[in-house]
Design a protein around this ligand. Sequence first.
Ligand SMILES: [Zn+2]
Length: 556
Amino acid sequence: MKLSKMILGTLREAPGETELESYKLMVRAGIIRKVASGIYNFMPTGKKVIGNVNNLIKNEMEKIDSQEIEVSQFVPFELLNQCNNKESSLTDTFETVDKSEKKFYVGADFKEPYIEIVKNEIKSYKQLPVSIYSIQKQIKDEPKPKFGIIKSKEFNELQCYVFHDDLTESSQYINSLCEVFNSIYHKCRIDSIKTNSLRFFIKHPLGEEHVVCCESCGYKEDLEIATCTLQTEEEDDMKPMNKISTPDTRTIDELASLFNTTPEYFVKTIIYKINNKIVAVMVRGDREVNETKVKNRIGHVVSFELADEETVRYATSAEIGFAGPINLKCDTLLVDEEITRMRNFMVGANDTGYHYECVNYERDFTGTVGDFKKITEKDKCPVCGNSINIENAMGLGQIMNLKTTYSENMNAVFLDKLGKSKPMSIINASINIDRLLALIVEQNHDKNGIVWPKSVAPYEVIVIAAVFKNEEQMKTAENIYNKLKSLGIDVLLDDRDERAGVKFKDADLIGAPIRITVGKRISDGKVEFKLRNNDNVEDIDIDDIEEKVLSELHRN
Ligand SMILES: [Zn+2]
């Protein structure tokens, strides 16, 4: 491609919308342009990179015999409703109605259409295992778009589904998918972290997600599901429960200072409205509720919010700040497991201005016990009991073992060797490709611009004629360009009427791995050869260009 013919609008200044370097560089390098909040156009260079990333992924998927399909963007309402499998993300989906009043969800990454495809084609164990994937645009009404294409309303996504006749084989297959993911990230020069639950992240100080890491044993887990070692059970004798006056002390901190102690001697009760039911969650006073764990426990969450004041007053028969488990009007009481090991703690009395002291689980109240707390760096590793740290991170992709839950709901069955009908075991793997692209830039750039990995670079070589008015330079540059192009190399020729300095700046910004400059030394038959990730500039003979470029591109 000749730069003089491209609509490449490189910018000297970054837009001041985000502190994220990848977003600034992608706008400056003319890769993306904003349409509206969370919505972007891919410009020619961006389209090329996305194409290269897609091809890289397709090659990896082929290695595990996965077959590419294209799934309709329209998902009939009844396909989701019949399986009663509505997901929490349903509020983020776009819906439409056609002229015959038939309702559809549009462009969302539901599992059902993929399972429906296989369910209709596969009848016997002889046809299993089978793997399908798609690379398609997904759309989602992301309420808080952020960081450019990292968190947007429309994105390219890999969705892979693997179907087995046996749960054990299915679990073993997950290793192959992990290898595929690792290979993709490695080729994209991304330093990824894999968690125990098979979510993939990169560490990033601005990341809104968090990964719990243990240096001692290597435990890594998404904070949303990470657990910790539980404290040992307190062995103090249970004292009689007692109602005490605590006027105007509504928060745990106020209580702690009233009793001259620390928040972990209290237990707080947080009231939610989930699926229009009142759900109270109890955690130790110094803890926060992990809402993901609560949602996972409740299952099929359609609506989720903190209870409004009116609901709290109804449930507690008191003003805000005095909620507790005893005589609470709620549909479900979730109790963090830690509380069952505490002795003689204090809770709200569901009476304005009062708390109960010396409360004990089981003797004074019961509920559904589970892990509902957010882990902090004070906690200990659930595997080895050593210290943990919590890193900010950005999600890259995930592998989920759906086992037979979906196939049972959707009646996705096959006949086994004995002619018996059985549900298929399903694995789902996904990567948000737009985000992957942004994170490649995030981890591969310097102060001058993007440093594309060879595997996905929009152009492998950029050829620059230093002086536009110098006919010999222009002609030589064009010859080199044509020669490399004929070898199947993706090459960009900067033939614009611009100063050499401008061309070098743009070349660094665009980030092609190899730069060839045709300048003064052309009289000796020499050109400049420079790699984007290295400051060395080498003079090489024009006759050696072909060999030099090919050996560089094929070098690992
Ligand atoms: Zn550990």
